[in-house]
Design a protein around this ligand. Sequence first.
Ligand SMILES: C[S@@+](CC[C@H](N)C(=O)[O-])C[C@H]1O[C@@H](n2cnc3c(N)ncnc32)[C@H](O)[C@@H]1O
Length: 286
Amino acid sequence: MKEIATCIRTLRLDRQLTQAQLANELGVQYQTVSKWETGVSVPDTTMLPSIADALGVTIDELFGRKKNGCANSIPESNTAFLLQTYSQMYAPEAGPWNLSVKNKYLEYRFRDFFETHFTVPEDSQICNIGIGAGEWDTYLSYKVPKGSLTSIDMEDVCCRQLEQRLICEGNPNKITVIYADAMTLDFKEQFDIVTMVGSTAIESGDGLALLAKAISFVKVGGAIYYQSLDDKEDCNTVMLTAFQNEMSLAAFVEDNGYGFRCHYYKFEKRKRASKNINPIFENAST
Ligand SMILES: C[S@@+](CC[C@H](N)C(=O)[O-])C[C@H]1O[C@@H](n2cnc3c(N)ncnc32)[C@H](O)[C@@H]1O
């Protein structure tokens, strides 16, 4: 049934619909659409006519059985959209998170550091808050071929770009992209690992509230991997928020050669709150 999963996703993206918009039209929850698209479940047969209507195809085409169906092809509009958004992201106007050489350098430094200090079992259920250019999300997805990645962003364009990129890449892993404000998201699922960067916290307008919300997405025994470029005072506040939310902490600091320091944290969710939490601070300067 992989065919119908790929077809629903490809046809939906080709029609520029988010999972939530399609779900709304069908009277189901966006999680249901996400499960169809990742092959976790298949639509009930009674829903097939409505799904086909909503996507403007026949039921045969929904199964990739005619040349007008998706047939696993990459619609031209996908590649055109990706080219357009990527050329914008390489431009300086894309602001602090464009794909400049400096930012790419930081991204790869972060990956090296991550590989050294953090463990990601390949069956982990991961959630990343803040997609941006989507570089981090695609990297993470390849680390969990037997698990899953749920990526959340409040910007429609970031969600669409990641989804279309996954199709163009032929990414085989289980990824759910959620277009929502994480701060107000009513989430039932919990994850082994939640990741977030400080710039997402800053952009959200209330980073500590977003961090507290992220903590609520973590299973007991799970962890948050958080990276920030904040100064020491902000870092202390971040640590305090973690303590107050029953997390234990390992923090690493790295000089990155650009005159500021990266702070990396691993917060682990405890079974019970402890009054004797001692942060482990490790200087990872190279
Ligand atoms: C700097 S980018 C993230 C970069 C990405 N994590 C990476 O490492 O490549 C910040 C993103 O966070 C998103 N964001 C900010 N506040 C958010 C919130 N409350 N809920 C969901 N996304 C949010 C923004 O829309 C933006 O795309």
